[in-house]
Write a protein that binds this ligand. Sequence first.
Ligand SMILES: [Zn+2]
Length: 74
Amino acid sequence: MGIGSRPASCASCGKRLNRKQWYYRNGKFFCKKRCFGTEQEKTATEAAKAAAAKAEAKEKARVAESAKETPAAS
Ligand SMILES: [Zn+2]
């Protein structure tokens, strides 16, 4: 595996990757283990946010749907 097979900077902090010390986890490169932890936390937070947004959208759709179902006087 050549030197060109990895990016020049850390996926978390953007710091230039050290030639000797870098971590490869989940398809990303990090300058140190701590950056992998940080990135993982960030990803988890984003996933939680996305799940919450999805749940909210679902709830909104449900409310809209129940409003539609209100029997209209004909
Ligand atoms: Zn880093």
